[in-house]
Design a binder for this molecule. Structure first.
Ligand SMILES: CC(C)(COP(=O)(O)OP(=O)(O)OC[C@H]1O[C@@H](n2cnc3c(N)ncnc32)[C@H](O)[C@@H]1OP(=O)(O)O)[C@@H](O)C(=O)NCCC(=O)NCCS
Length: 434
């Protein structure tokens, strides 16, 4: 398997680089932690490392050093498509190089070979109450697959530490291969006729998801490719990535770690914001009609804030500019749905909401994030089940977090265990310092 060979070839150099850095400079101070950070969600504390992606506050995400516009150009695509194959992105995340078309197709084909879902996963999903949230079902499906974990089995057999990453890679490929079919099955039993649609062997991973939920239009397949590309990774500190890393650091396998990350993604301040954001825009239309003016948009934004709520889809813990993942989707909308009324509203809100948030005075980043638009594009094509939007996010996010898990095991990253203090201890530290 090409991914295994490519990673294995890089490992001696990476391991030596990390060993040298830590052994020669282990006591060097990188950052200091303030009382505000300890009480404030560790915002900006530099305590994690990943080489897979980096979020520059003023530029946005880079995957393996490349920006989104660069990758939209450089990564190999399916025939007739403008958007990268998910297999090409996964290769890039894992290997750190832009793959050739043939290399990208190796990943796509490895997924095809591993995509069959064991029947007990379907049975587990069908056994859940009808009104179960699709994120609960998604998480449950992933954790049920833990039964198949290569890592867990080999660990029991006494696997050597240097081999952990290979078993993690096997789990990562086995899990990611199944995600489109799992997500599609959840969609079909919750909102469709409950049937399982077999993947089309001629379609790529992302387009197959569209096919399996019955959204067979070439445009929706393009949106799936873009969507799964954009949401995959956002460095290591966000809740889904950090949770996955933390749980994986206990040597819980890829399935346990990813299910935990997906549970984190289900929170309204993280992945759930995409459904909240569209709901907010639809409420706006309900209150002010189909073509609200600027003053009405402003009023709605202020009413939201004055009622103590956040404006979903705006703001970010790290970014200080319009999220390039938002911009890429905006460009998609301009090309494929310029006259869609809700899309037009999204464009108008861009001129209104940041000003309102700036006037509020405390918001560090008034610009739209990825969630301000993603639901609108799905809605346009007829995916109107808001609860499902975060599952789409999850399918994509697992590409990023599993690539990180493989490298965390490859570089021997240990159990994560920061230290907590009591409030009294912090008060004493402050008194002593003064
Ligand atoms: C993403 C988010 C959680 C980041 O939080 P953060 O790092 O604490 O952001 P800030 O440092 O700018 O927050 C400072 C203040 O501005 C507020 N703020 C930030 N974004 C806001 C928004 N979109 N609407 C209203 N208030 C907002 C915060 O709630 C905080 O208020 P507080 O001091 O009274 O608690 C926050 O911007 C948010 O809630 N946005 C809306 C939800 C969303 O879109 N989430 C998806 C993120 S990809």
């Amino acid at each position: 398997m090409i991914l295994k060979e490519k990673i294995a070839a890089q490992l001696p150099e990476w391991r030596e680089r990390v060993r040298k850095l830590v052994s020669e400079n282990g006591d060097m101070v990188v950052d200091q932690v303030t009382v505000k950070q300890i009480y404030g969600g560790m915002r900006s504390a530099k305590v994690l490392v990943t080489d897979i992606s980096y979020v520059d506050p003023n530029e946005g995400i880079r995957f393996r050093g490349y920006t989104i516009p660069e990758l939209l150009k450089l990564l190999p695509k399916a025939e007739g498509s403008k958007f990268p194959l998910a297999g090409s992105l996964y290769y890039l995340l894992l290997v750190g190089e832009i793959p050739s078309f043939v290399e990208a197709m190796e990943v796509e084909n490895a997924w095809k070979a591993r995509g069959v879902i064991p029947p007990f996963v379907f049975e587990t999903l069908r056994a859940m109450p009808e009104d179960t949230h699709p994120m609960t079902m998604f998480s449950q499906a992933i954790v049920s697959l833990q039964h198949e974990s290569v890592f867990a089995r080999r660990y029991q057999q006494g696997m050597q530490r240097e081999d952990y990453w290979e078993a993690a890679l096997a789990d990562a490929l086995n899990l990611t291969a199944k995600l489109p079919a799992i997500a599609a099955y959840i969609y079909n039993i919750k909102y469709g006729d409950g049937g399982f649609v077999s993947p089309d062997p001629d379609l790529d991973w992302a387009a197959n998801f569209a096919h399996m939920i019955g959204f067979d239009s070439p445009e929706y397949m393009e949106l799936s490719r873009l969507y799964f590309f954009l949401h995959s990774d956002h460095e290591s500190g966000n809740v889904s990535a950090h949770t996955t890393h933390l749980v994986g650091s206990s040597l819980a396998d890829v399935y346990y770690a990813c299910a935990a990350g997906i549970n984190g993604l289900a929170g309204p301040l993280h992945g759930l914001a995409n459904q909240e954001s569209l709901r907010w825009v639809l409420n706006l239309r309900e209150e002010f009609g189909r073509n609200p003016g600027t003053e009405e948009l402003e009023k709605f934004a202020w009413d939201t804030l004055n009622s103590g709520q956040v404006i979903p889809g705006y703001g970010h813990a790290v970014l200080r500019l319009p999220d390039p993942r938002y911009t890429a989707q905006l460009e998609f909308g301009r090309e494929y749905m310029p006259n869609d009324e809700i899309f037009k509203l999204i464009e108008e809100l861009y001129d209104v909401v940041p000003k309102v948030l700036q006037e509020l005075g405390k918001v560090k980043n008034p610009w739209p994030n990825v969630d301000a638009i993603s639901g609108t594009l799905q809605y346009h094509y007829g995916m109107r089940e808001f609860d499902f939007y975060t599952v789409l996010f999850g399918v994509s996010r697992i590409l990023g977090v599993t690539a990180n898990l493989v490298w965390a095991r490859a570089l021997g990253q240990p159990l994560e265990r920061p230290k907590s203090l009591t409030t009294k201890m912090l008060e004493d530290i402050v008194v002593k310092a003064k």
